[in-house]
Each structure stands twice: as structure tokens, then as C-alpha cells.
Ligand binder design. Structure first.
Ligand code: HDE
Length: 756
């Protein structure tokens, strides 16, 4: 059989969990020697950490990991205690007045246990409740001191520890990962000048321009208040009612209806800071900046039918993907790119850079790569780290500053405020995952759950009793950029340029490939089909008319509705006439990065060419892919000629949608046995429908024939994604299969409605 032990997840960054050290009893929390704590607080890279395992310097240990050791607990070899550290003799039975008598009030052990349990849950995030996170580092390619004094960019090769949380927006904490939704991309940099949170999304623009509308947007998006439906979906009346009355959302809707909203993986999404921020250098000079994260894994998405089915097959699809990739040492990476421009340049743009529904086209300001982000360690505890992490747009450091984007200004308030109820008070910065690696010194005191033991009697400034400490940093500290402000009347309103709601929506549409356009049409059709009020459908169509006639026609025809008149424009100014910006298309982004972490199913039954399977398996594994032997049942498979295989998962537990590609090995008996199992027929049909590469060896082709899979495309040409239907050189066929797998999908095969 397969050597499964060799594929067991092993992450060198967590030796304590999976290495030899896992067998050695660990210290419990209270047993931490004081010397340990002192070492941890010096927080330099590569400190040997006795509590993460063997005591050898763990690969990739970073500043956030070492201080967290102070609070890591590992119970191996330890006696069970109460929260007061009292050893517990019996954890099975409550204390009773006789074996059949009532439970006694004095059972403090039972009461402590139940009381703690009763309070295990905290409020979930009002948006972005569902998420997954990982530790890693940011490494600057070069010094950016000419434009910013921000610590992470101080010198070439400088590494700053980070914690990154990805999320969906609409769904509740337990909702499915593959909902059609925007994804959060929040990065906490633990810099040597305090924490900087870049709280972004996987889409570079937003639905609304002003924080005033955010509660309305979220109320419209979330499950409807009377019946709490639908979960994790925008396809319902209240959402489309709201956005069709808010034409400023049109640009974002185009992105949200594109394949960006159904990523293949968190690892294959771009990230964006969205707002225009400021960089400020040591001389106090400032430029504007937009932040871009580009995945080195390529930019790939699911197809909608697949996303829907994955919701049932594996609602943790993205969480699992991120976790498994990191455990397997396939550390995901993103390149940070900056669009840097001056205030004078911004004044010349045909849009307002303070308007978060607009992006700065790359043709106007190129994206300059400045560093890379690597995620190399999974959290030890989901609640302590991923749930309790508090990202706040107010968390900036010297060198990073805000602009007057009215959406950003609302966020600067909101994120700190929401943590007060979510994490229960003003000391959430002391929760280990939120604590900076720099020391905190100020005169803030007390409050719920205070951890710090502040010494001395001075908690005010100025003081003489404490020698004036802690003292103001002056120019060393954060100084707001002295942006010139003009005295104007107080007003509730927007600049005129904010009223152009369609130019960039059209730019986005025009930049998409035909395949991506078809998917956008399909997404609007699906969402508006779920809308029950015809007037809302019609109003949305009237917005689409302003974007593009072909788009509006196609969506209207899918809904069986006539194309309405265009919605009146909010602006009378001439609007910019953009052509296209290829970088806005996922499919035209370079993404040839091999087949790392791609999941490949190998379908087998008795009579299969077991040696052939073993070779293909080893070759895929060697290239970083994740092959799996899939069969009708678990256990031993008797291959042709006496060789055997172990089935790793069944067709029922590992259905088509969770694999990126399928291999049908040689063996007529095996192919025919599989063809008798409807799960196998459905498997290959869905692989075909979802445009996935299919490697078929020799007589294995009988499974494709029985499943009714056409060997040619509609135009009669050979399907470039079905490889090896003829007896060809096995090595050449496998190489061709890998090449198609690296491309991810065979779009030429796609039809609407699906042909198979
Ligand atoms: Fe958020 N958003 N947001 N948002 N947001 C939250 O903060 C808010 C916006 C984003 O992984 C909340 O801690 C307002 C834009 C991410 O923990 C809350 C406005 C962008 C996350 C909040 C916006 C985002 C949040 C809920 C409009 C992309 C998850 C829990 C003025 C640039 C962070 C929390 C994580 C979370 C408010 C708009 C991204 C309520 C008021 C634009 C990635 O504070």
C-alpha cells in the first residue's frame, strides 16, 4: 500500500506538535520558570523555545511566536487541576449526598467547570465572523526610507512578524467557506514601533463611499430580520433592494459578481488596502499610496456550481486548504506592491482618490513590488488567536497615515469600538495575540480583565515623582501629517467626482476575458433569480444598462425580462472613457506557478494498474501536489498482476468538487467496476463540467465513455484537458496533464447551460 506515514502533516515550525518532541511530556502553564518569561520578552528571532518542543531553534520562529510562549499551555504528562491549580481527583462524577442522592451545592469543582463552560462563547464579529488565520512574516525587498519611516520598510531583508486573518463577510461564524462573497484580508504587523493593521479585502473597491451607509449596507446584506434567511448569501431581496437604490455600489457589484467572490483558496486571492493611505518619511514629506497583495500561488477561482456543491461536501474548504498547505510546508506567499503617487498627481485624476468605490488603474500608476508576506505557522488555538485577534484601522505606526476618505474615517472609529463589546472591555490589547512586541508604557489603568501589573504610584503625566516617565517621544513618536485644511462650512455631502458611478464599472467589464464575462452574467442572473420582487430586478437591470448593453441584455434574457431604460445618471459631467486594464482580469494575470497544493484524485477499483498508480502518485507528490487514491470503499484494492493499493478515501467522502483534477489509471476491469458506481460516473462528469484536467491511461477510457464524456469540443477539435486517450508515452502524458493542471481549468470546454 501507499506509505501514508510519509505524508502525515509535519510542519517544522511546530516541532512540539508533530515532531519527536510530541512524545516528550511538556511543561504546564504554571510551571514556566521566570527565566523563560524574561527570554521571551527580548523577542528576537531564533530564540530556542523550550515550550514549542525539543528546545532546538524552530525553523521560522518569530517575534510573535516567542512572546506567545509565555501563555502557551501543553498538558502532556500533567495532572488535571481546577482554575486555581488544585489537583482534581475525579473528573467523572459530581459530589452527591449518597450515590442516588442530590448533587451538593458545595461541589466547587463541578460549579467552576460548568460556569466556565456557560461563558465559553463571545459575540461573533458583526461582519467577517467566519475566518481563518496564520502566523508568518513580512520581508522588505529594499529600504523605502525615501517615502516612509514605517519600521517594516526600514532596510532590505528586514523581517516583521505578522498574523493574517482571511474571512468571508456576510455569513455567521459557522457558515460555509465557499459562499459568493467578498473576502477579508487583514494583516497585523508586529513592528518595532508598535502594531500596524492593514485591514483589507480581496477586492480593491467598496460598495459605499461614506461610513454613514455601512450599517444600512450590512443590514441589507445579512439574513433578513424576520426569518433569518438566507445564510451567507447576497442573493435575496433586501440586499438588491438596497444596492439598486445606491448606484455608487455598481463598480463593487461588478467585482462581487465576478469569480473574485468565489476564490479557489485564500492562497490564490489578491488583497487590497482599498483606501488611499499616506506614507510619510523622516523628513515629514508625504505621498499617497494604495496597497496590493499578489499571491505567488497564482489567482484562481472556483466555478459557481462547484462552490455550491463544496458547501455541502466540505464547508471548511478554505480553512482546511490554508491549514493543510501550511502543515505540509507549502507556505503561501504574497508580494506587496505599492501604487505611490503625489497629491498633485491625484488632483489630475478623473476620479477622486478619497472615493473608495474607485481604484487607481495600473496604467495610471504602476504597482511597485516592495516585499513579500510568508505564512508559515498555523495557530495553536483557534479561539485564543484567530477569534480573539482584533484588527483596527486605527492601528497605524509612524510613517503610515490616513487620508480624508470618509469611509476610512468611520472605520478608524468602528474597529476599536466593536472590540469593546466583542472582547469585553478596554484591555483587549493585552490579549496575547493583540499585544505588540514592543513594550507598552502609558498611564492608562485598570478596567475589566486587566493583566498588566503597573508598578509605582504615578499614573499621570506630567509628574515629578516618577522622574517624568513615561515621557513623550516628540519627533520619535507618531506625528500626524500636517495636511493643510481649508476652512469651509460644515456640510453633509460629497465632492462632485464621487457622483460618477459607472465609468470604472465599465472599465472592469471591458477588462474581463470572455470566460469571466460569462461568469459575471451568470452571477447576476443567479442572484436576481433569487430576488422575488420584480421591481428590484428591473431597477438592477437599469443600472447594468449604464455599464454595458451586452451585459444588461444577457442578464435580462436570463431573467425573461425586457431591458429597461437606463437609470438616470447622478452626474452631468463628462465621465472618463476607459478602455481596459488587463490587470483587473484574474485570468490574464500571470499565474504559472506549478501544481503546488493542487488536489488530484486517482480513481481506482480492483483490477487497476497498481504500479502505474504508484508512479503517477509519486510524481505528483514530488511536484508538491496532493494526490489521493479514491475508491468505492476503503481498504485493499487488488490491482492487476497481484500488486495492491490502499484506498485513502471513498467517492462518497471525497467527491469530485474537492479535487482540482482526476486521473483514471489503466485497467479495463477497474474502469468498468467504477462505471457501475453512480458516484464514480458523477465524479468524472463533474470534473468535466467544472473544466478540470482529466488524465486517462489506456483502457481506463472506458469510464469516460460510460459517463458520456465527449472527447472533442463543440467545434470538433480535441479537448485539450483530456490527456492520454490514445496509448501515448506515459511520461509525456503525465507532463501534459501537469501543464494543464498548472493552468487550472480548461475553459474552452465550458458551455452555458452545461453540456454534461
Ligand atoms: Fe470592516 N469591519 N468596516 N471593512 N472589516 C469589521 O471589525 C466597518 C470595510 C474588514 O479579520 C468589524 O473587528 C465599517 C472596508 C475586514 O478580524 C467592524 C466600514 C474593508 C474585517 C467593521 C467597514 C473592510 C472587518 C467587525 C465602513 C476593506 C475583518 C469585527 C465604514 C478595506 C477583520 C471587527 C478580522 C471587520 C466596520 C468597511 C475590511 C464592525 C464601519 C472598506 C477584513 O468594526
Amino acid at each position: 500500500g501507499m506509505d501514508l506515514a510519509a505524508q502525515c502533516p509535519y510542519n517544522a515550525n511546530k516541532p512540539g506538535e508533530y515532531g519527536d518532541a510530541a512524545r516528550t511530556p511538556q511543561q504546564g502553564q504554571t510551571a514556566t520558570p521566570a527565566s523563560d518569561i524574561a527570554t521571551a520578552s527580548t523577542a528576537v528571532e531564533n530564540i530556542a523555545s523550550p515550550k514549542t518542543g525539543s528546545g532546538q531553534p524552530p525553523v521560522g520562529v518569530n517575534n510573535t511566536i516567542a512572546p506567545l510562549d509565555r501563555v502557551r499551555a501543553d498538558s502532556s504528562g500533567q495532572v488535571l487541576t481546577t482554575n486555581q491549580g488544585v489537583p482534581v481527583a475525579n473528573n467523572q462524577d459530581s459530589l452527591k449526598a449518597g450515590l442516588r442522592g442530590p448533587t451538593l451545592m458545595e461541589d466547587f469543582i463541578l460549579r467552576e467547570k460548568i460556569t466556565h463552560f456557560d461563558h465559553e462563547r463571545i459575540p461573533e464579529r458583526i461582519v467577517h465572523a467566519r475566518g481563518s488565520a496564520a502566523h508568518g512574516y513580512f520581508e522588505s525587498y529594499k529600504a523605502l526610507t525615501d517615502v516612509t519611516r514605517a519600521a517594516p520598510f526600514a532596510e532590505a531583508g528586514k523581517k516583521t512578524p505578522v498574523f493574517v486573518r482571511f474571512s468571508t463577510v456576510a455569513g455567521e461564524r459557522g457558515s460555509t467557506d465557499t459562499a459568493r462573497d467578498v473576502r477579508g484580508f487583514a494583516v497585523k504587523f508586529y513592528t518595532d514601533e508598535g502594531n500596524w493593521d492593514l485591514v483589507g479585502n480581496n477586492i480593491p473597491v467598496f460598495f459605499i463611499q461614506d461610513a454613514m451607509k455601512f450599517p444600512d449596507l450590512v443590514h441589507a446584506l445579512k439574513p433578513e430580520p424576520h426569518n433569518a434567511m438566507p445564510q451567507a448569501a447576497s442573493a435575496h431581496d433586501t440586499f438588491w433592494d438596497f444596492v439598486s437604490l445606491m448606484p455608487e455600489s455598481m463598480h463593487m457589484l461588478m467585482w462581487a459578481m465576478s469569480d473574485r467572490a468565489i476564490p479557489r483558496s485564500y492562497r490564490t486571492m489578491q488583497g487590497f488596502g482599498v483606501h488611499t493611505f499616506r506614507l510619510v518619511n523622516a523628513a515629514g514629506e508625504s505621498v499617497f499610496v494604495k496597497f496590493h497583495w499578489t499571491p505567488l500561488q497564482g489567482t484562481h477561482s472556483l466555478v459557481w456550481d462547484e462552490a455550491v456543491k463544496i458547501s455541502g461536501a466540505d464547508p471548511d474548504f478554505h480553512r482546511r486548504d490554508l491549514w493543510e498547505a501550511i502543515e505540509a510546508g507549502e507556505f503561501p506567499e504574497w508580494e506587496l506592491g505599492l501604487q505611490i503617487f503625489t497629491e498633485a498627481q491625484a488632483d489630475s485624476f478623473e476620479f477622486d482618490v478619497l472615493d473608495a468605490t474607485k481604484l487607481v488603474p495600473e496604467e495610471l500608476v504602476p504597482v511597485t513590488p516592495v516585499g513579500r508576506l510568508v505564512l508559515n505557522r498555523n495557530p495553536d488555538n483557534f479561539f485564543a488567536e484567530t477569534e480573539q485577534v482584533a484588527f483596527c484601522t486605527a492601528h497605524v505606526i509612524p510613517g503610515i497615515d490616513f487620508t480624508n476618505d470618509p469611509l476610512l474615517h468611520g472605520r478608524i472609529h468602528s474597529y476599536v469600538d466593536t472590540q469593546l463589546s466583542r472582547l469585553g472591555g478596554p484591555n483587549f490589547h493585552e490579549i496575547p495575540i493583540n499585544a505588540p512586541v514592543t513594550q507598552v508604557h502609558n498611564n492608562q489603568r485598570d478596567g475589566m480583565h486587566r493583566q498588566t501589573v503597573n508598578r509605582g504610584r504615578v499614573s499621570y503625566e506630567p509628574n515629578s515623582l516618577g522622574g517624568g516617565c513615561p515621557f513623550q517621544g516628540g519627533r520619535m513618536g507618531f506625528t500626524s501629517f500636517p495636511q493643510q485644511t481649508f476652512v469651509e462650512d460644515k456640510v453633509r455631502g460629497k465632492p462632485e467626482l464621487f457622483a460618477d458611478h459607472y465609468s470604472q464599472a465599465r472599465l472592469f467589464w471591458q477588462s474581463q476575458t470572455p470566460v469571466e464575462r460569462a461568469h459575471i452574467i451568470g452571477a447576476f442572473r443567479f442572484e436576481l433569480t433569487r430576488v422575488t420582487v420584480p421591481a428590484i430586478r428591473q431597477r438592477t437591470l437599469s443600472m447594468l444598462v449604464n455599464v454595458d448593453a451586452e451585459l444588461a441584455n444577457a442578464v435580462a434574457s436570463g431573467l425573461g425580462m425586457p431591458v429597461p431604460d437606463p437609470q438616470p445618471m447622478a452626474t452631468t459631467r463628462p465621465v472618463p472613457a476607459y478602455r481596459s486594464s488587463p490587470g483587473l482580469s484574474l485570468l490574464s494575470r500571470p499565474g504559472q506557478v506549478g501544481i503546488h497544493a493542487r488536489r488530484v484524485a486517482i480513481l481506482v477499483a480492483d483490477g487497476v494498474d497498481a504500479d502505474g498508480v504508484r508512479e503517477i502518485y509519486a510524481s505528483l507528490l514530488a511536484d508538491g501536489a496532493v494526490p489521493r487514491v479514491v475508491a468505492s470503499r476503503l481498504g485493499l484494492i487488488n490491482g492487476a498482476g497481484g500488486a495492491t493499493l490502499d484506498a485513502e478515501i471513498t467517492l462518497e467522502a471525497g467527491p469530485s468538487v474537492i479535487y482540482d483534477a482526476v486521473v483514471i489509471p489503466a485497467g479495463a476491469q477497474s474502469a468498468l467496476a467504477l462505471a457501475a458506481d453512480a458516484n464514480a460516473l458523477e465524479f468524472v462528469r463533474l470534473q468535466y463540467r467544472h473544466c478540470k484536467p482529466i488524465l486517462v491511461v489506456d483502457d481506463g477510457v472506458q469510464l469516460l465513455v460510460k459517463a458520456g464524456i465527449p472527447a472533442t469540443l463543440r467545434d470538433g477539435s480535441a479537448d485539450p484537458g483530456i490527456i492520454g486517450t490514445q496509448p501515448v508515452d506515459a511520461a509525456a502524458a503525465l507532463a501534459a496533464f501537469k501543464a494543464v493542471l498548472a493552468e487550472h481549468r480548461v475553459w474552452a470546454r465550458e458551455t452555458d447551460p452545461p453540456a454534461v
